[in-house]
Design a protein around this ligand. Structure first.
Ligand code: COA
Length: 188
């Protein structure tokens, strides 16, 4: 099986990032990370540098969405969104975390956790009682991170039927996870 040099580097990076020594060196290098609500300028970086969607339409302000970025040395190294779908119905209603992403070389330093925690805090301040995410079942880093934050998988029959339908349409298995906000804030 052919593995491109880029893919090989990424496999090695993931292995190295799992080592305690990597995180120790990263913390000794003093990577100061700021978590903040994204400015218009930050969103340009998110689009052009983080997700490399240069050329696609610019982000349009949406009062139902809060964009959070992680900044290191004036560069966006991580991103996540809180989406308020209180007016939505069914499984996709309520507050959702979307688009959580950390630049590969900055992973395993706690940045994903910090962004998600900020999104949960923001949801609480908006009066949310529960928060949800949808994640691919095979996405181990994200599944572990969300479980650590206090999310648990939804197994009710409506969710199961819905996820089976998505699987039939896309060939991808997703899990829905939810967390009661008040409990999560207390336990952190
Ligand atoms: C998922 C993602 C955001 C995690 O970001 P991160 O900054 O590396 O996460 P953190 O450093 O905060 O990790 C917190 C915990 O999650 C778990 N975790 C994260 N990455 C892991 C990995 N590759 N393997 C095993 N556990 C992992 C660990 O328990 C970790 O704690 P530890 O480092 O003290 O052991 C990042 O891997 C990413 O951007 N992935 C691609 C995009 C994506 O899949 N987003 C999720 C969409 S739902």
């Amino acid at each position: 099986m052919y593995i491109s040099p880029k893919k090989l580097l990424s496999i090695i990076l993931v292995q190295v990032q799992g080592l305690t020594i990597y995180r120790l060196i990263a913390s000794l290098r003093g990577q100061v990370v700021e978590i903040r609500e994204a400015s218009d300028r930050d969103m340009v970086q998110v689009k052009n540098d983080l997700f490399r969607t240069r050329g696609k339409a610019d982000y349009q302000y949406d009062p139902k969405v809060i964009n959070i970025v992680a900044i290191c040395r004036e560069h966006v190294v991580g991103f996540g969104q809180l989406v308020n779908r209180l007016e939505g119905i069914g499984l996709y209603g309520g507050f959702w975390i979307h688009g959580l992403y950390v630049r590969p070389r900055y992973r395993r330093m706690g940045i994903g956790n910090m962004i998600a925690s900020e999104l949960i805090d923001r949801a609480q301040h908006q009066g949310a009682e529960e928060i949800h995410i949808q994640v691919e079942e095979t996405n181990r880093p994200a599944v572990i991170l969300y479980h650590e934050l206090g999310f648990s998988d939804k197994h009710d029959s409506e969710t199961k039927m819905f996820l089976d339908r998505i699987f039939e349409q896309t060939g991808k298995r997703y899990v829905f996870m939810s967390m009661p906000i008040s409990d999560s804030i207390r336990s952190r």
